[in-house]
Design a protein around this ligand. Structure first.
Ligand code: ADP
Ligand code: MG
Length: 729
């Protein structure tokens, strides 16, 4: 019966915070203890090897086999001193997590004994069975070889007894089968394109770097309660559950005092994260009950993304030590906020100049506006693609719901930046630029207040907001690999900056002064990209209408949203910046559709099982109890009186009948819809069928189950209820 539910609730209530021993050293001392960073490289590598490796990391210079051998030897020595016995190539396949295959260092020594070995060859490259990972048909099983290749720009790190070497994962024919390979290419592309544009302003800049600062939202649920919810266990979200009488309406959780069991979890998570070189900084409660957030200081895009993958794994492990399960699903609970992963993104130069922040000089501000406006153009032209980059079966529950970014991409600039751009658009060129003064050129860009950063009022309804020194891509899902969004954004901005440079160079070639050429192209862009600017309420119905009128992408069906990747404009953009070709894009879309289908399929199966085997039997049992009562009442009272006394019970009996038969019918309809969909071969068509025919049934069934939950005796209800999942901690 429901004894499991009551037992786990009782146990959860009794749990005390787990004591976390703090290291004696200061955080700055144990920071990156488990990372083969520059400090360790210096210590464990010969000087010339160190220099070559740093050159490879900073400037992408290739490393020869000899150097790799020396690096591997140094890494091995460090790792063994740290008690490590195994190593793994660690990569990001096109799934929800990372992959690793552990090998021990030991080899035969040829004399009957063993010796620890780790060669440059093993460091650089490893073969893997690519057919076991999503590959969109690029790998057929009969030629199933792919390989992982070392990414020296992200340092190796230790987890437990294993040395993890960040790698890319590609097919033998060179197509990328992971997130990291195209991410690295996009970082390179946007860096180069931005560098060329920077040289208009400062010829001494050597490199431009994209930065990423993610904010990870998550829920914690007591692990006993979690175990009693097969839907959470198998799908990551609750497929049923009536809203708790209290949830987030009092707004008393956000930034409130952190519960002690959770504080323990956070402390240990932070200590472990710091040891892994992840610069975690911020922790707080989020809006929904049992929802929290963690954010580090931003880092170079590739490293930040690796760190996000590491931390999601770390959260899962640490949560278990504290008797919790961490939910990274975008929408674990209906009726309360879902979880996102804001991607704070910016560009900066090797000289430390941020390109997305106002500067002190007019020249600097022209540079700032140049980059800002180019990002706006990129987002405008590729708004459908950017939406596709953050879309998934799980994030679909969050987007468009009345609490998260809408399923339309727009940019929030804030009143001050809007005014700066409006002024630029409306003043004459001569009013903006005057020549011939002693300093050469004078720019009259209206003063950009330095306080901008603090003043940008935070329009939380915008999916893409300018927040003073960066853009915040807020539509990214909490379970996503940030790379998907970052690949699209970096590439689109790279492509846009290249176009910008062409236009400006053309004007310069035809005799215009540089500044004038820049300003005139920017002014065209400000006009052209206007439809993407929206500072109002992104959740409102009016905005949906208005956005469609403006020609922004308003598609809401996830399988159809993915089509944006195959638009000619996307294929041209990705291939011309060298990030992905048409074959790779097509293969990746196959994976996306397939993954979408599988996720809905799993949910539908779990729903069917829970409905028929967990909920209906309980409803029937309660109904028969009521029937018993009604019959007994008849034996004691007169017919009239009995009818009166039993009226309410009879009403409930009828309702239970109604909801039960609806559930039964709808489960059958859902299974039929699935059978039909499963016959479809084409992955896109199949995903569409799952979206249109299967997914809505899950919600319909849920409606009736949630109604039953309110009718059936609480004692009998088998699944932990929302109030228990959300408030027990
Ligand atoms: P909020 O919740 O108010 O948006 P947080 O402090 O939680 O702010 O998170 C802000 C994130 O943005 C942090 O990860 C921070 O390091 C990052 N960030 C700050 N400045 C930049 C920048 N110039 N480029 C990229 N990320 C940035
Ligand atoms: Mg933020």
């Amino acid at each position: 019966m429901s004894s499991l539910r009551f037992r786990v609730v009782e146990e959860a209530f009794k749990k005390k915070a787990v004591y976390v021993e703090r290291p004696e050293e200061r955080p700055s001392d144990y920071f990156a203890k488990y990372v083969f960073n520059r400090e360790k490289m210096l210590r464990y590598l010969p000087r010339d090897t160190y220099n070559s490796l740093v050159d490879a990391i900073d400037n992408g210079k290739p490393l020869n086999r000899e150097i790799a051998d020396t690096v591997a030897a140094g890494m091995k020595q460090w790792a063994i001193e740290m008690g490590v016995t195994h190593y793994t190539h660690w990569f990001h396949p096109l799934t929800d997590g990372t992959a690793e295959k552990h090998d021990a260092f030991v080899e035969h020594d040829g004399k009957g004994g063993m010796v620890e070995e780790f060669s440059g060859k093993l460091l650089i490259q490893q073969e893997g069975d690519a057919s076991s990972f999503p590959n969109g048909g690029i790998r057929n099983t009969f030629e199933a070889r792919g390989y992982s290749a070392w990414d020296p720009s992200s340092p190796a790190f230790i987890v437990g007894d294993t040395l993890c070497i960040p790698t890319i994962f590609i097919s033998y024919t060179g197509e990328s089968l992971d997130y990291k390979a195209p991410l690295l290419k996009s970082i390179d592309a946007v860096g180069k394109a931005a560098l060329d544009v920077c040289h208009y302003f400062d010829p001494n800049v050597k490199k431009v770097i994209p930065y990423l600062g993610w904010e990870q939202e998550y829920f914690l649920v007591d692990e006993g309660l979690y175990a009693a919810r097969p839907d959470l266990l198998l799908t990551g979200r609750t497929l049923m559950g009536h809203e708790s009488s209290k949830n987030q309406q009092l707004e008393d959780h956000y930034f409130g005092a952190i519960p002690t069991r959770v504080t323990g979890f956070m402390q240990e998570l932070e200590i472990e994260a710091l040891k892994l070189g992840i610069p975690v900084k911020t922790r707080h409660n989020e809006v929904a009950p049992n929802q929290f957030e963690l954010a580090p200081i931003y880092e170079e895009c590739n490293l930040a993304n690796d760190h996000n993958q590491v931390i999601m794994e770390l959260m899962r492990r640490v949560a278990r030590r504290h008797g919790f399960r961490v939910l990274l699903h975008e929408k674990p609970f209906k009726g309360v906020n879902g979880s996102g992963k804001h991607n704070n993104w910016s560009l900066g130069t090797n000289m430390g100049v941020p390109l997305m922040a106002p500067a002190k000089t007019p020249q600097g501000n022209l540079q700032f506006v140049t980059f800002l406006v180019n990002v706006m153009m990129a987002v405008y032209k590729h708004n459908a693609l950017l939406k596709a980059s953050i879309s998934s079966a799980t994030n679909a529950h969050r987007l468009g719901a009345n609490e998260a970014p809408p399923a339309i991409i727009s940019i929030f600039l804030g009143s001050q930046m809007s005014k700066v751009l409006d002024d630029l658009e409306n003043s004459s060129e001569d009013a903006i630029i005057s020549f011939g003064d002693k300093m050469g050129v004078k720019l009259n860009i209206s003063q950009i207040p330095e306080l901008l950063m603090d003043n940008t009022d935070r329009n939380r309804t915008s999916p893409f907001a300018f927040t003073g020194n960066r853009f915040e891509f807020r539509a990214v899902g909490s379970s996503a690999n940030c790379a998907s969004a970052m690949i699209a954004l970096n590439s689109a901005v790279a492509f846009q900056l290249k176009q910008f440079k062409l236009s400006v160079d053309e004007k310069i070639a035809s005799g215009q002064e540089k500044e004038k050429a820049i300003v005139s192209v920017i002014r065209e862009y400000i006009k052209e990209s206007k439809p993407i600017r929206f500072d109002g309420n992104g959740y409102s119905e009016e905005w949906k209408e208005e956005a469609c009128k403006r020609g922004l992408d308003c598609e809401t069906s996830i399988p159809l949203i993915f089509d944006a990747y195959m638009r000619p404009s996307s294929v041209e953009m990705f291939s011309s910046v060298g990030v992905m070709n048409a074959v790779e894009l097509a293969a990746r879309n196959e994976v996306k559709w397939e993954t979408y289908t599988k996720k809905i399929q799993i949910e539908a199966r779990v729903m069917g099982d829970l409905a028929l085997n967990h909920i209906l039997p309980v409803a029937t049992r309660y109904q028969s109890l009521l029937l018993d009562t009604v019959c007994k009442i008849k034996t004691v009272f007169s017919e009239d009186e009995a009818a009166k006394i039993s009226a309410k019970d009879i009403d409930i009996i009828r309702k239970i009948s109604y909801h039960s038969s609806e559930i039964q019918e709808k489960v059958k309809a859902m299974v039929d819809a699935r059978k039909l969909a499963n016959k479809i071969e084409n992955e896109r068509e199949k995903a569409i069928a799952y979206h249109d025919m299967v997914a809505p049934k899950i919600d319909e069934i849920r409606y009736h189950i949630d109604k039953l939950e309110l009718m059936v005796d609480n004692q009998m209800w088998p699944l932990p209820k929302y109030r228990e999942l959300l408030f027990v901690r």
